[in-house]
Design a binder for this molecule. Structure first.
Ligand SMILES: *Cc1c(COP(=O)(O)O)cnc(C)c1O
Length: 488
């Protein structure tokens, strides 16, 4: 084979120096992009001619790395909204990422490890990372853990192991077809939709996810739980699991985790906790009391791309007994041909086989900043939500719509002369207006049936000044919108 032929048939560059130059330019541009985050709009709509470019078929002949990158600059970088990178973005529950997280992701791609496990340094690193996470959130160190894409996957894994362990049949062999009676799972009416979707995917069915009512503060009313379990048992069904929320998505409420753990122990049920973001309150001195009882969970789902500010996507599922994971997932077909005695195979601990080395950015982030820094940032975000709630209470034009136990504030603009339906419309428009003006980006939700603006602060770039500006703008813009409405 001639030299030219070899060059022609690989994706490696012909000229590595040229690639290095391009790489340096990309790095420079992305660091500027992050450094100047405040100078761009939170949200922008791409013009039609740009949108048209995304309907083009793939090129048959390549245009080269430099041109591909200039296309990225022109089509993507110039038109991609700041969205969650913005210091004033507080919608949904999304993370900001960080510059060094971005660099770690480059290392991950460069190493391109397929994280199946085995006696590699990368295996040790992931095991250490999950051990650090267990330690940080106060989970038993004897537990098992696996890094996954996010909270949805972590909850699905937790509920899968719960189902297989507690169904009373060999579920891997028989499937849900082998069960007489119905499997029943309990979660509060405020639980995240990924719990429902998991229950649907697991063949249990949404109607068998029994919603436990909540108290005034949106925490699970655990008093009614034993009665619900008894009724289901009396009807010939098989309760298997209770899901506790450590930080509900809508208002940041904490279910009484210790009490749920007591009920689960009493009734021999699996105790799963969805702590996607709220679990991290446990690394703060001031708010760790909220997560009391979380360490008694049989499984715990959490995210690192939300409140640990890591770039997407990375989450973690923790299990009290690693053998429950292995019993659910382990299978060694001939073509893996892996020694049974080798260190952990990640496919034995979760569903996925090929996996990226996403543990690396977590490991490097914790090394760079240290646990104390994360604790400080998370505590500051919670303090900021408390501060925002105070600012809102001080303005007669604004109404706090739910308690603020954590980092999430639900509120609306109000005007006694406008009926609720009109206020719903106003608050929707106000939310959009605030976002497109750059004053701040909450997301929309409903509390007690009414439209609210929902600010969830998992943002290391937010300052108190941002919140003050946001509240002043909400009052000003809301007042303008209300007077327009009254003219109609
Ligand atoms: C975000 C979230 C999830 C889902 O996690 P993803 O990382 O988005 O898949 C589950 N539960 C809660 C409470 C969440 O906030």
């Amino acid at each position: 084979m001639g030299k030219n032929e070899m060059i022609e048939y690989t994706l490696d560059p012909e000229n590595w120096e040229q690639t290095e130059e391009l790489g340096k330019k990309m790095l420079h541009d992305m660091l500027i992009h992050l450094k100047e985050v405040r100078q761009r709009p939170i949200m922008q709509r791409p013009p039609e001619e740009i949108q048209a470019a995304f309907r083009q078929p793939p090129p048959i002949m390549g245009e080269g790395a430099e041109k591909a990158y200039s296309d990225f600059q022109e089509l993507v970088l110039s038109h991609q909204s700041n969205f969650n990178k913005d210091p004033r973005f507080w919608g949904f529950v999304v993370g900001t990422g960080s510059p060094s997280g971005m660099l770690a992701d480059m290392l991950t791609s460069g190493l391109n490890v397929n994280m199946v496990g085995g006696p590699l340094i990368s295996t040790m690193l992931e095991m250490q990372t999950t051990a650090w996470i267990k330690g940080m959130v106060g989970f038993p160190m004897t537990g098992g853990g696996i890094i996954v894409t996010g909270g949805t996957m972590a909850n699905l894994l937790g509920l899968t192991v719960a189902r297989n362990t507690k169904s009373g049949v060999n579920l891997r062999e028989k499937g849900v077809q082998g069960i007489t009676g119905k499997l029943i799972v309990y979660a509060s009416s405020e639980a995240h939709v990924c719990i429902q979707k998991s229950i649907e995917m697991l063949g249990i069915g949404n109607e068998n996810l029994h919603r436990v009512p909540v108290n005034e503060d949106y925490s699970m009313n655990v008093e009614v739980l034993p009665r619900m379990i008894k009724e289901d048992r009396d009807a010939g069904n098989t309760p298997i699991c209770v899901v506790g929320c450590a930080g509900t998505v809508n208002t940041g409420a904490f279910d009484p985790l210790s009490k749920i753990a007591d009920v689960c122990a009493e009734e021999d049920l699996w105790f799963h906790v969805d702590g996607a973001f709220g679990a991290w309150a446990s690394i703060t001195q001031k708010y760790k009391g909220l997560t009391e009882g979380m360490n008694r969970a049989d499984s715990l789902a959490l995210d690192l791309h939300k409140w640990m500010y890591m770039p997407y996507d990375v989450g973690c599922a923790l299990f009290k007994r690693p053998e429950d994971q292995i019993r659910t997932f382990s299978e060694r077909p001939d073509y893996y041909n892996m020694d049974k005695d080798t260190p952990p195979q990640f496919a034995d601990l979760g569903f996925e086989l090929s996996r990226s080395f996403r543990a690396l950015k977590v490991w490097m982030g914790i090394k760079e900043h240290g646990v104390a820094k994360y604790s400080m940032l998370i505590e500051r975000n919670i303090n900021q939500a408390q501060y925002l709630a105070e600012l809102i209470k001080a303005r007669p034009e604004l109404e706090l719509m739910a308690p603020t136990p954590l980092n999430t504030v639900c509120f609306r603009y109000k005007d006694p002369s406008l009926p609720d339906a009109a206020l719903d419309e106003l608050n929707h428009n106000l939310n959009m207006g605030l976002m497109f003006s750059g004053a701040g980006a909450p997301s929309e939700s409903k509390v007690k049936g009414r439209k609210v603006m929902r600010v969830c602060i998992t943002n290391h770039r937010t300052s108190n000044k941002d919140l003050e500006h946001f509240v002043a703008s909400a009052v000003q813009m809301g007042t303008m919108m209300a007077s327009e409405m009254k003219k109609r």
